[in-house]
Design a binder for this molecule. Structure first.
Ligand code: SF4
Length: 362
């Protein structure tokens, strides 16, 4: 059995460590690229959401490299994510690929089924080993999120431009070669040490922008056209409203233990959206309110074209912007998004935020 899974930003690194510790052969799809998108666009329904199209590209590229089993997370929420597994299997079958598709529903829905599916892939490894590897996988996700936060803070302040990019490039080559959680932890740790040594201008005034919206688009740099890097180069410190370790905490730990780790977000969204309508619409609204209270200069909402929950959120955000007094720009992404127009919009937004901040200070 050779297992593969979608890239989803750096999520694949945590999954790779988890499976390799349990002795499972994994095939990592190449970094998302134009070819990945072309394959997905060609074989997916035209109106399918962008993440599904990129997933299909990832799978095909992995199958061509020997993968025969696909692992994805599932959900029974009210958006299209709930039927991704079935739809993706059908698309691959129409293309002539007969692969196993194993869908992991959140463990809070049925912990027994969750563990037994993992044991099936891992040739019935003992439960304590599975639990240990799961925890290490979660720790990797947490470390990766910390590392990204460091890069977001350093990039707009670096004295020698391009240092973070250079270090990150080296890290990517190393992480590709790492096998199992122990080696992965070491590569991340080494990279963090290098980042700490980057010379920065700590007094430089930078703008702070929160990235809100649909989770896949927020965490997958190829899909959001490397927005964090672009904004960092424009002198902006970004903050991701969502990341994988928090997703694991919410969907695995807190639900299993019966508490709500998103209480603050729900409370902040209360005046605008009371019901969970699928995807991360409620989190998008709640985070927008919280960012404004934390004094952020502006927000950018990312949404894949035709994403139902985020379309609803985008219709609410103008009220949030007015009431909470924070500028918000929405960027819709699909396979036709052009990079030059995208950069122009980012530059205009950043200029506006800069002028607004100076005027306020004066
Ligand atoms: S949140 Fe949006 S993009 Fe993601 S699966 Fe649901 S509809 Fe598609």
């Amino acid at each position: 059995m050779k297992v593969t899974f979608p890239h989803m930003g750096e999520t694949y690194i945590a999954l790779k460590g988890f499976f390799e510790d349990l002795g499972v052969d994994v095939v990592i799809p190449p970094e998302c690229n134009k070819k990945t998108l072309q394959i997905g666009v060609k074989y997916s329904p035209e109106t399918a959401c962008l993440p599904l199209k990129v997933n299909i590209g990832n799978y095909v590229q992995s199958i061509e490299n020997g993968a025969d089993t696909i692992v994805i997370t599932g959900s029974c929420g009210p958006c299209r994510f709930g039927y991704y597994g079935i739809l993706e299997k059908e698309i691959l079958r129409d293309m002539g690929y007969d692969v196993d598709m194993i869908v992991f529903d959140p463990p809070s829905e049925d912990i027994g089924r969750f563990i037994s599916r993992i044991r099936k892939i891992t040739n019935n490894k003992p439960v304590y080993k599975v639990a240990d590897s799961l925890y290490k996988g979660y720790r990797i996700a947490k470390e990766l999120d910390d590392m990204n936060k460091m890069m977001f803070a350093i990039r707009p302040r670096e004295i020698k431009k391009g240092e973070v990019r250079r270090i990150y490039g080296e890290y990517q080559k190393e992480i590709e070669k790492a096998h199992g959680t122990r080696e992965i932890f070491k590569v991340i740790d080494d990279n963090k040490k290098k980042l700490k040594d980057v010379r920065i201008d700590a007094d430089r005034k930078v703008l702070k922008v929160g990235i809100i919206g649909e989770i896949y688009t927020v965490i997958e740099p190829f899909v959001n056209l490397y927005i964090e890097e672009k904004l960092g180069d424009m002198g902006v410190e970004v903050d991701r409203s969502m990341n994988v370790s928090e997703w694991i905490e919410t969907n695995m730990f807190s639900k299993l233990l019966g508490f709500n780790s998103e209480r603050d977000i729900d409370k902040a969204a209360e005046n605008y959206l009371k019901t969970a309508i699928g995807g991360h619409a409620k989190q998008c609204i709640g985070n927008a309110v919280l960012y404004s209270r934390k004094g952020f200069d502006g927000l950018i909402q990312l949404l894949p074209f035709s994403c139902m929950p985020e379309i609803v959120a985008s219709s609410i955000l103008p009220s949030v912007s007015r009431n909470e007094k924070i500028p918000i720009m929405t960027l819709v992404l699909d396979e036709l998004t052009g990079e030059s127009g995208y950069i122009t919009r980012l530059e205009a937004f950043v200029d506006m935020l800069g002028i607004r901040k100076e005027t306020k200070v004066e």
